[in-house]
Design a protein around this ligand. Structure first.
Ligand code: ZN
Length: 323
């Protein structure tokens, strides 16, 4: 339920990529470890990325992937801010999901946009399965009272919110304070099923660790979940040592955060995976498959990988798989 679409739009997908400095090198590294042979600034990049993702998905244990749009950054007055390194339009992910039934569309709409409600209705008609936001990167104060009708419309439509929580270093942050899961109270109170991406773990050395606060919030909000995407990384992997405890499994959903790297050595280093398993899984070229096997080998039960079917907004094309 957490797979990124990336594109440069050079052949009309509508995507934009603006990479500078170390984000450029990070993008090169991430694409290289996926097995991408086409650079992100080439005209054929967008199609090649989708082909590679489909190939890894269809040769993995996963049946589907929620692919994510990526919204621009907005002021609270609804004006757009020229900030951020990428834009992936809703129409592109909606169209990809119509073309490939193994993709489910995760749209992205900043609730301050003057046309936010119309865009939400349009995306719901288009089959949106989930809505993704990065509050700290896109400047979304989720608990701002003016956004209540937006969350209420999502709750009425059964559309879950996937919200980035914890620090972020792959795309630039506009308001780091909005990485705090405490800012998700209003959508939770409006009845939206909210999934805190990465379970609010820290990404950089200086980021706060919001995982304990997230777990306390889960006691208050039965509609709050956490995804275990991007945890096979140096710092975020510390979250595994808590989340592997069975008492938390009932609120966890599996996410991949493709194209983010999956490094099994960190789970081994934290005593959760044998050295043999870590070495064996590091050789698996398919990152979606590698991530799935690292997590199952650590002891995350099957329901963590299927729970999301009960949270997504599905249309008649998508029957919930038996397993
Ligand atoms: Zn992500």
């Amino acid at each position: 339920m957490h797979v990124h679409i990336v594109g440069n739009g050079l052949r009309g997908s509508g995507c934009r990529l603006k990479l500078h400095g170390w984000h450029r090198r990070l993008a090169d590294f991430m694409l290289h470890q996926l097995g991408m042979t086409v650079s992100w600034d080439r005209a054929e990049f967008d199609e090649t990325y989708v082909e590679l993702l489909l190939r890894w998905l269809r040769t993995s244990a996963l049946t589907h992937a929620v692919i994510l749009a990526h919204e621009d950054v907005y002021h609270e007055d609804g004006s757009r801010i020229d900030f951020g390194s990428m834009f992936i339009p809703n129409d592109y992910v909606l169209q990809l999901a119509r073309t490939y039934p193994d993709f489910l569309p995760g749209v992205s709409i900043h609730p301050a946009r003057p046309d936010a409600m119309d865009e939400l209705d349009r995306c719901l008609s288009g089959g949106a399965a989930l809505l993704k936001l990065l509050p700290n990167c896109q400047n979304v104060d989720c608990s701002r009272p003016a956004y209540r009708p937006f969350w209420e419309r999502m709750a009425a439509a059964g559309l879950p919110l996937l919200a980035h929580t914890g620090g972020e270093h792959t795309v630039p942050q506009y308001r780091p304070a909005y990485a705090d899961p405490a800012t998700l109270q209003l959508p939770l109170e409006c009845g939206v099923n909210v999934i805190a991406a990465h379970c609010a773990t820290k990404s950089g050395w200086n980021d706060p660790d919001y995982l304990p606060a997230l777990l306390r919030m889960m006691e208050h909000y039965p509609n709050l979940y956490g995804d275990i995407s991007a945890l096979n990384l140096p710092l975020r992997s510390v979250g595994f040592t808590t989340l592997i405890r069975p008492e938390y499994h009932g609120r966890l959903v599996h996410g991949s955060d493709f194209p983010v790297p999956v490094q099994p050595s960190w789970a081994h280093w934290r005593g959760l995976l044998s050295g043999d398993a870590a070495r064996f899984l590091a050789e698996e070229p398919n990152v979606l498959e590698r991530d799935f096997h690292v997590k199952t080998a650590m002891g995350f039960p099957p329901e963590v990988f299927t729970r999301v079917w009960g949270l997504l907004r599905l249309d008649e094309r998508h029957e919930t798989p038996e397993n």
